[in-house]
Design a protein around this ligand. Sequence first.
Ligand SMILES: Nc1ncnc2c1ncn2[C@@H]1O[C@H](COP(=O)(O)OP(=O)(O)OP(=O)(O)O)[C@@H](O)[C@H]1O
Length: 238
Amino acid sequence: MSLRVSDLSFSYGAKPALAAVSFALEPGRFAALLGPNGAGKSTLFALLTRLFVAPHGRIEIAGNDLARAPYAALARIGVVFQQPTLDLDLSVVQNLRYFAALHGLGGRGAMRRIDAALERMEMRERAGERVRVLNGGHRRRVEIARALLHDPAVLLLDEPSVGLDPGTRAALVDHVHALAALDGLTVLWATHLTDEVRPDDRLLLLHRGRLQADGTAHALQGDATLEAWFLARTRETA
Ligand SMILES: Nc1ncnc2c1ncn2[C@@H]1O[C@H](COP(=O)(O)OP(=O)(O)OP(=O)(O)O)[C@@H](O)[C@H]1O
């Protein structure tokens, strides 16, 4: 398994945010982490990236225990956070070189990886342009290329389509599906939008900090639309 989460719980003070969450993802899998606002998606990502340390439970990334071998585990994970973090005044390639250097990658080896990552995201011909002139979808693709530079086994994306128009969103979802299918990358894509989930995707439904459903999207939704299924499963009972 590329990513294994076992019995993970977390609270902000007295307020529980995640309760006994467990799942495992195999290589090449696109998994949608679907949940309404406040479900606990960002908290789960903060634990997976070790921004927070989980007091309960266990996380394994490509066979490395995040608590016992954090450097080995984090080296196998690529992350695209909800808030864009590119330097708008640097070119695409300068942004990527800076990040490569943070990972101890330099010289020709780094440039080869940068070329390959931009190629994977169909952004190679934009390498010399300032990020400021790129549209939102292309900026997101650069961020994904950056997250792939160190050749991770697992790619985490926290609501990466926020602020993009529907066509651009759909193209980005397609791109990342292709990465999982062609490169054997394990993808965990957090969203609250059901139209980003494909029928064959693994679907993890998170609501009020609990994993409420885990399976293939088409099997979970049955005869309902995914939107109707999602609303029924997450309707607040006051
Ligand atoms: N720093 C914090 N302090 C206290 N409570 C927090 C903090 N961050 C998140 N929470 C609470 O924890 C719960 C889970 O929040 P989280 O941000 O993980 O959800 P989410 O699914 O990512 O939502 P969103 O889509 O709005 O980002 C929510 O009830 C939220 O109010």
